[in-house]
Structures are given as structure tokens and as C-alpha cells.
Design a protein around this ligand. Structure first.
Ligand code: DX5
Ligand code: ZN
Length: 229
């Protein structure tokens, strides 16, 4: 069983990609309720967007908020660190209950931050922006639990999906198979029921979705649509 896949209640193995609601699209005034709602809708893990106003022109949440959320969901919390200095935040988010921490290959501290994430016992993720070629991840693939392909320029939810992300998913899947790596491939930004088909076909293991999931009238149906069910 993959760390990011929720065990099926009926004991049957779940098919299709994992679905990770991005909490950036949640009503922050009711984060506990929103998380409970998406957990009940069948989400596999939560994607928690952390922004520092420097690496991206937006500011979101800190470890205190993650610590408050932690006791209210048993699903894995994957923290997406869109921050200039991830080393400043690894220890506090890991202590707050992060199961995985994902840093950006574009920031100078990426290598050191990944070592610190591993040392803190969390799973290691590495992300790349739309303008970054997938080759930038190659030196690190052997030590990853997660490769996060951005399909939008990070900083805000609700942006349109950039289909160039699909070739990166394919490249990462090919490199993983050729080398026997074990990292999961996630795609993040503008994912909805239409482009989820291409993401699945390209080889994505996890679909991160904010706007599509949180704006759906039928959230369980929206989770199933992303999974291809
Ligand atoms: C953007 C974030 C994404 C975003 C996804 O910087 O990393 O996780 O919140 O939200 P949607 O699905 O609305 O693009
Ligand atoms: Zn994200």
C-alpha cells in the first residue's frame, strides 16, 4: 500500500490516482469542517500550501494552523513549501504533524532542506515550476518519496491548467521505471475532471486539486471523477 493511498474501507484495493485536496481553496474559517467534508468525500491525503510572500507573491499559513488541524484528520498531510528558505520551516512543520514536506528545486536550500526533512522522519517531496525542465529533478530522484509537477505558476489557486505539465509527468514516470525509483508523481494546479484524464494517462499517481474539489456541489462525485471512477 502506498503511503499516500487511503486504505479502502471495504478492504478492496483502490484503483486510480490518489486525490489530494489543496486546502488553499478551503474556507479557512472552517478548516476543520472542510477537511472532514473532503475526508468523507474520499480524499486520500491533504495538500497544504505554505507560501511566504517571497518565493511566491502570496502568504498563507504556518505550523500553528497545521498543528490545530492535525488531530482532526488521520489522512496524510503533505506540506507544499513555496518558500524562499525552506530550512527555516522543516522542523516546525514536521513537529506540527506534517507527514510529507515538499520543497522547490528552484530554491537554493533544496538539497539541505530535503536532508533535514528526511532527518525529521517525514517523507521528502521535490517540486518544479512550469518554467523548470524535468531534468532539474534528476540528481535527486533516488531520494524522493514525491515529485510534484506544477501545472500552474505557484502562488494562487484557480489558475488554468498548463498542459506542458503532462510531458514532465511522462518523463518522470519513464525515468522512475528505468531506474527502479519509488517516488510518487503528483500534479498540482488547475486540475479538474477534464484534464485529470490526461494526467492519469501521463502517469500521475496523485492529483492535487483545490478549486475543482472545493467548489463542487457533490464533493464525493468530484473525487470519483478525478480518480476516473
Ligand atoms: C498553487 C498551489 C496549488 C493550488 C491548487 O501555488 O501550489 O496547490 O492551490 O489549487 P487549484 O486546483 O485551484 O489550482
Ligand atoms: Zn500546492
Amino acid at each position: 500500500m502506498s503511503w499516500w493511498r487511503r486504505p479502502a474501507e471495504d478492504g478492496q484495493s483502490r484503483q486510480g490516482p490518489g486525490v489530494a485536496p489543496s486546502l488553499l481553496a478551503a474556507d479557512f474559517a472552517d478548516l476543520r469542517g472542510e477537511a472532514a467534508s473532503l475526508e468523507a468525500a474520499g480524499a486520500d491525503l491533504f495538500h497544504v500550501d505554505v507560501m511566504d510572500g517571497h518565493f511566491v507573491p502570496n502568504l498563507t499559513l504556518g505550523p500553528a494552523l497545521l498543528r490545530s488541524l492535525r488531530p482532526h484528520t488521520s489522512l496524510p498531510l503533505d506540506v507544499h513549501l513555496m518558500v524562499q528558505r525552506p530550512l527555516d520551516f522543516v522542523a516546525s512543520f514536521a513537529a506540527a504533524g506534517a507527514d510529507a514536506l515538499t520543497v522547490h528545486v528552484e530554491c537554493a536550500q533544496a538539497g539541505e532542506a530535503m536532508r533535514e526533512i528526511r532527518a525529521r522522519g517525514a517523507r521528502v517531496g521535490l517540486s518544479l515550476n512550469p518554467a523548470t525542465p524535468p531534468q532539474a529533478l534528476q540528481p535527486w530522484l533516488a531520494q524522493l518519496d514525491l515529485a510534484l509537477v506544477m501545472a500552474v505558476q505557484p502562488g494562487f489557486g484557480g489558475q488554468p491548467f498548463q498542459p506542458q505539465a503532462l510531458a514532465k509527468i511522462e518523463a518522470l514516470a519513464a525515468w522512475r521505471a528505468a531506474a527502479g525509483h519509488t517516488f510518487a508523481i503528483a500534479v498540482d494546479g488547475g486540475v479538474d475532471e477534464r484534464n485529470a484524464v490526461a494526467c492519469r494517462e501521463a502517469g500521475a499517481d496523485i492529483l492535487v486539486s483545490g478549486t475543482f474539489l472545493f467548489s463542487a456541489a457533490d464533493r464525493a462525485g468530484a473525487v470519483r471523477q478525478l480518480r476516473g471512477g
